[in-house]
Design a protein around this ligand. Sequence first.
Ligand code: ATP
Length: 229
Amino acid sequence: MSLLSLTNVSAFYGPSQALFKVSLRVAEGQVVALMGRNGMGKTTTVKTIFRMLPVAGGELLFDGHDLRRLASHRAAKLGLGLVPEGRRCFPNLTVEENLIAAARPGHWDFKRVAQLFPRLEERRSQSAASLSGGEQQMLAIGRALMTNPRLLVLDEATEGLAPIVRQEIWKAIGTLKHESGLAILVIDKSLKELARIADEAVVLQRGETVWHGPMADVGNGVAEQYLGV
Ligand code: ATP
C-alpha cells in the first residue's frame, strides 16, 4: 500500500494553473525521484503535499489520511518531514537549539542526527547563521529528521553546494535509505545520484505527470525526451 499518494492533483497560483494532473505514489521504505526540467511543477507539488498551497482538485492521501482536510501544522504529526528548498533554519538559534526546536518523540534525537552528520556535533553551540551552506543543509535535514518522519521530502537538498559537500549529503541520504528504511521523495538535478538512490521515478512536464516507472528505466529515452539530458 502507498504511504503517500497523489491522484490528478491540480493547483493554482492566483489565476494561473501550475498543476494540472499530478499523480504519484511513494510506498513505505521506497525512494521516489520527482523529476522534470525547471518550472515544471516539482516544488509546487511539494507545496501541495505540505498544504502551503491550496489544492484545487484531485486526491492527496498520506497513510490513508486525506491531506486536503488536514491543517498544515499537522503534517509533521502525521509523519511528513520536509527539507524545503532554500534550507530554512532559525539563524539566531544554535545548531542544537534548531534541532531541539523541531523534536518529536521517536528514533531520531540530537545524538543520532549528530552521528549522521558529525559536523553538526562540532558546530553544536554555534548559531545557524554562522554555518557554511553545506552545514546549513545538513541542519535542515537534521531538523526534518528530528520530527521523526515516516516520509522525508527533499527539495533540491544539494543545490549550490560544493561537490565534496554534496557527496556527504548523498552519503547521508543513502544511509537513511539503507539503514533507516525511510521513505523518501527526492528532487534533485543530478540524474547520476538519483539513479543510484531512487527506486522509482515520476516525471513532470508543465504541471502534469507524463511518465512514471522504475528509476532504472529513466535512461531509456525518458531522460532525453523529458529532462533535456
Ligand atoms: P525549479 O526546478 O525551477 O524549482 P519546479 O519544477 O520546482 O522548478 P515550480 O517552482 O513548481 O517548478 O513552478 C511551476 C510553475 O509555477 C512555473 O511555471 C512557475 O513559474 C510557477 N510558479 C512557481 N511559484 C510561483 C508563485 N509563487 N507565483 C506564481 N507562479 C509560480
